[in-house]
Structures are given as C-alpha cells and as structure tokens.
Design a binder for this molecule. Structure first.
Ligand code: MG
Ligand code: MG
Length: 258
C-alpha cells in the first residue's frame, strides 16, 4: 500500500534527510584522489553518528556491509566500500546514503567528480542532475508516477545517454523501500496517481552508453554491461498541495560536484 504522511511526519523525515544534505556538503572536501571508498564510508558513518539517534539505514539492510553504497565510474549502485578501491583524478563516485532517525527513513545519492573530469563525464553528471530535477518538478498532485519517468526521458532525449530501466526509485517512510516503485522511464498519466502526503525517493541512474546492467560476483555491485560510466542523483521528495518538497537538502549548494 502507498502511505500518505502528515505534515508532521514529513517534517520528521526531513529531519533525517537534512543530515544527508549536510553530509554531502561535508564529503565534498573529502572526495579526493588517493582516498579509498572505505575511508569515505567511515566518514559517512561517523558524520551520521554525530547526530543523536541517527543511524545509517543501509547498514545491514538485506545484509549490506557498508554505511553507504559507494560506486565508482561504471558502477551504478550498491558498490561495497573497500580499502582496495582508491579514487583517482577524473573518476566519478556515487555516494548513496540512507538515514534512519526517530523511526523515519530518508535516502539520497550524489555523484561526485574526483578532481577534474572529462567533458563526456561532465555531460553525464549534468544530465543526471537535470533528470532528477525534471522528475522532482513533475512530482505534483494530479500527475502520476509515470509522469516522473516521462520527465526523465524527455530531459535526456537526443543526448545519447542511457537510462537504467532495471533499477527504480521507491516510496519511503517507516522503511527505506516502500510502495510505489518509481521507474525512470514512463508515460504521462500512467501508474499510481500522486497524492499529497506521498513521500518518494526519486533516483535517475544514467549512463554514457548502454542501459543494460549486470551484478558483479560480489553479489552487490551493479555495473553497466559495456563498462560505460554511470551517474546517480537521488532525493527524498514529499508530494504536497504546495508542490514537491525536497527533504534531503539542496544539491545545488554542493560547490564542486557537478
Ligand atoms: Mg539511495
Ligand atoms: Mg533509493
């Protein structure tokens, strides 16, 4: 079932979400060549732990070992933080984080540039962030879930960018993953109607090549089948009578990322 949250409940989700927004601003200074994804994960866990009662929602979720999913270059999602993954100049790294606070969950992802990236990679980052904003703008009462996917498709049309179809956004609230699924492809007017009080994790995942994916033998890391780079931006968003409300902070305020 699709839950509708009260204004007070949405505020409670936003309280945890704001931690992620601040976390991404904090991480901007620490995403550097030579840093390992394990070190980033330790910073994520420590930062969240500084907020009383807040815990990383992904740690242990379905058995995931890290505090955050940290995915580099052709890795799309669910990268396991590790000492052997060292960031290099020109890489991109996605940090996908959930916070659970006072029984409410929030979820956000941000793809950081490691130093200077090439023009195609910058184009991918811009397109993915643009796709997220297009989908958020479509998150209004009267639209349907299909309008979000349609907005993602329209925002990248003609750019030679792949839209990962086999991974989707989701409702979020008491649990990280709730109904409905929020695909990144869709048709206007299709899928569940958007109603005030719905809270959705909207998360386009785009690639510079194929939209096909596979899971590595570690049984977690999802990569593009052609090795092309992928980016992933996500916000937890409340549908309200006054329009979409982003609950996980303003990516715009992160200076160097895209
Ligand atoms: Mg996420
Ligand atoms: Mg999510």
């Amino acid at each position: 079932m699709i839950h509708l949250r009260t204004a007070r409940e949405i505020d409670a989700i936003a309280e945890g979400g704001a931690i992620i927004g601040r976390l991404f601003e904090y991480l901007t200074d620490h995403v550097q060549p030579g840093v390992t994804t394990q070190q980033l994960d330790e910073r994520v866990e420590a930062f969240i732990g500084e907020h009383q009662g807040a815990v990383p929602a992904f740690k242990g979720l379905y058995g995931f070992p890290g505090a955050a999913c940290i995915s580099v270059n052709e890795e799309i999602v669910h990268g396991i933080p590790k000492d052997s993954m060292v960031l290099s100049e020109g890489d991109i790294v996605t940090v996908d984080v959930g916070v659970r606070l006072n029984g409410w969950c929030s979820d956000s992802a941000f793809t950081f540039a490691v130093g200077e990236v090439d023009a195609d990679t910058q184009r991918l980052l811009d397109a993915t962030r643009g796709a997220l904003h297009a989908a958020v703008e479509a998150s209004v009462v009267g639209n349907h879930v299909g309008d979000l996917g349609a907005a993602v498709m329209a925002s990248v049309e003609g750019q030679g960018i792949g839209i990962v179809r086999d991974l989707v956004g989701h409702g979020i609230g008491r649990e990280v993953h709730e109904e409905p699924q929020v695909p990144n492809v869709g048709r206007p007017g299709q899928g569940p109607a958007l109603r005030a009080g719905m809270v959705l994790a909207i998360e386009p995942m785009l690639s510079l090549g194929t939209d096909r994916i596979r899971t590595r033998s570690d049984r977690w890391t999802v990569v593009t089948t052609d090795g092309s780079r992928a980016a992933h931006f996500e916000h937890t968003v409340a549908i309200t009578a006054d329009g979409p409300q982003i609950l996980t902070g303003a990516v715009r305020e992160v200076p160097n990322a895209v």
